[in-house]
Design a protein around this ligand. Structure first.
Ligand code: ACO
Length: 436
């Protein structure tokens, strides 16, 4: 067990709602103990975009602050595959095996499918066999919403370890003939692991908001129940992002400042006590006008990396958090505010008292080998379960059918039930299981 894990182990009382007699349960806190990011290798610069649409490096830089973005380049790179890489990095930093996870939350605006949830694919690839998993749709505010959901579960005693990620392949839903949107977005993923802790701090407060009257300002109209996909909707490019940039801009500058104020007040912090602001990386002018000018938070406290990644929607805040940590801008004891806005319209902010050590601990080679083996076993188990399911479905009839296949299935089902009831405790999943 690593140093970080030592200080953030689960709190015994109140776990899963069980209260040990008359003892008052210890106060729980939701600490971020692991973080990771992944961006595709392919870099697309503003100059590259000049070849695709009528634009210029000068226009994009001066209106948005963006210089380049990362874009997926192979069909194998998908929202789930980016999320898996970022999640593995977060688990590695925390030195926590995937088998300990209670919940996997994937915030995304470009999910792998309408359903199943991208989070389920991540859960399977990690081998997080005890975890629930769901996708969270709140556009670019999704990661902050995810932190709020994770904090709620941990404080309620329903979970000890929650993995929250934002992952996007926006390049697949952006109209590459529309210069007003295609220059803005990029692909990438970021993830954090939250753990229950008795150490005061962690995610202190959350402020979430929405205003559906602005749903038309930023929308992907086609492919849902309102406009199901047809040849016509594809021909009229309804399956791509549509945006009223000016409307979003006005909304964003207002709510970023308001949400930061609200979340700081909820955490009992004055604006001067905020050490680092990590805003949604949409547009440097939005950040300057809201966080810096309206709130008068100095530039050196505001972390920005959108020049290199563009707007990666739900992934922008966790990617920026990882890079702020890497750059030495986040240290234990500091007060952080993460604040975002997005389609919906939605907005959200969270105040964090950072507690986890940020210096890299040298990890022994065998831990990396064990982690790799765990992921290979998870992948093999997934293939096996899928194959077994197919064989089962193909060879056996309904359990109540008066046929040989039906009787065979009924006796297999009965045997399985007996096995589940009688199997030794050592074979039952336990919270202390290691990976694989
Ligand atoms: N290159 C060159 N010219 C362009 C481009 C481009 N890429 N895009 C638009 N223009 C032109 C327009 O056609 C217009 O020309 P016109 O005056 O001849 O009509 C002119 O530039 C000005 O266009 P505006 O839309 O007024 O430009 P503005 O200064 O508002 O900047 C921008 C546009 C960058 C999109 C800005 O409005 C913005 O950043 N809005 C917020 C968008 C955002 O953050 N969206 C993400 C939300 S988060 C989420 O949920 C995904």
């Amino acid at each position: 067990m690593s140093d970080s894990q030592d200080s953030f182990v689960k709190t015994e009382p109140s776990l899963n709602g069980t209260d040990p007699g008359d003892l008052a349960p210890a106060r729980r806190y939701a600490q971020i103990i692991g973080w990771g990011m992944y961006v595709p290798e392919r870099v697309v610069t503003n100059v590259d975009l000049e070849q695709i649409v009528e634009t210029s490096d000068e226009w994009i830089r001066s209106r948005t602050g963006i210089g380049e973005r990362r874009i997926v380049s192979s069909p194998k790179e998908t929202t789930a595959s980016l999320a898996i890489r970022a999640s593995r990095a977060a688990l590695q930093v925390a030195d926590v095996p995937a088998s300990m996870l209670d919940m996997v939350i994937c915030a995304t605006s470009s999910p792998e499918y309408q359903f199943p949830a991208t989070a389920c694919l991540v859960q399977d690839a990690l081998g997080a066999h005890r975890a629930g998993a769901y996708d969270l749709s709140a556009a670019c505010s999704g990661f902050v919403y995810g932190l709020a959901m994770a904090r709620g579960m941990i404080l309620a005693g329903d979970a000890d370890y929650v993995l929250v990620m934002g992952s996007e392949t926006l390049s697949r839903i952006v109209d590459w003939t529309d210069r007003s949107t295609c220059i803005l977005f990029g692909d990438g993923a970021g993830a954090v692991l939250l753990a229950a802790s008795e150490e005061p701090g962690g995610v202190l407060s959350c402020a979430l908001g929405s205003d559906g009257s602005g749903s038309d300002l930023l929308i992907l109209p086609g492919g849902g129940s309102a406009i199901p996909t047809t040849l016509e909707t594809v021909a009229s490019r309804q399956h791509f992002v549509k945006m009223d940039g000016k409307g979003v801009f006005r909304f964003a500058t207002r709510v970023m400042a308001e949400a930061t104020r609200e979340v700081a007040a909820k955490a009992g912090l004055s604006l001067a006590e905020i050490d680092v602001v990590i805003p949604h990386q949409a547009n440097s002018r939005i950040i300057q006008s809201s966080v810096m000018r309206q709130l008068k938070i100095p530039e050196e406290k505001v972390f920005m990396n959108l020049e290199r990644y563009g707007n990666t929607s739900t992934a922008s805040i966790p990617i920026a958090l990882c890079e702020a940590i890497e750059a030495g801008k986040v240290t234990p004891g500091q007060n952080l505010v993460l604040v975002g806005f997005g389609a919906g319209l939605t907005w959200g902010a969270t105040a964090i008292k950072w507690c986890a050590p940020v210096t890299k601990q040298p990890s022994p080679w065998w831990k990396a080998a064990r982690r790799r083996a765990g992921y290979q076993i998870a992948s093999a188990r997934s293939v096996w379960r899928r194959a077994a399911r197919r064989v089962y479905a193909a060879t056996l009839g309904p359990a109540d059918a008066p046929t040989l296949r039906g009787r065979l299935r009924a006796s297999i089902d009965a045997g399985r039930a007996v096995w589940e009831e009688r199997k030794p405790d050592s074979l039952k999943p336990s919270p202390d299981d290691d990976e694989g």
